[in-house]
Design a protein around this ligand. Sequence first.
Ligand code: FES
Ligand code: FES
Length: 161
Amino acid sequence: MKVSVSLNINGSLALFEVESDERLVDTLRDKAGLTGTKVGCGIGECGACSVLMNGKLVASCLVLTASADGAEITTVEGLGRDGQLSDLQKAFVDEGAIQCGYCTPGMLMASAYLLARYKRPTTAQIRHGLAGNLCRCTGYTKIISAIRKTARKRSIRRSGR
Ligand code: FES
Ligand code: FES
């Protein structure tokens, strides 16, 4: 059965006709053309499909698009502004936190969510925040460095130093 769904994706309203069992990740990738969001396991285990839905981190492979009607969705494409990478994305590049890159969009979304909750997260808080995101390449150390660096720079900017 087809269902009409409206989503606010990265600040733009979009309307979709979807099957009632269509997954949000498939709507984002196949209908909205936002292929930054990846599919890894498809069962909520790897975090590659992570997006923000109404400000909360979700595995979009576990969300039915029909159930997201009216939601605000942020994907990795929505992190930067005016074609520029966000400070967090730049830190991932600068710290070498990306190897094959398959986990990276999900890692960025989990990191963005973490930094929205904690201005200066501890290493334990970062590890906990990334617990749902698997990376088979980097060993996580550089990802953690990138998050710490972003938090540090934002803190300096806030204090005007
Ligand atoms: S693809 Fe969704 S958690 Fe792995
Ligand atoms: S960079 Fe390859 S899975 Fe994380």
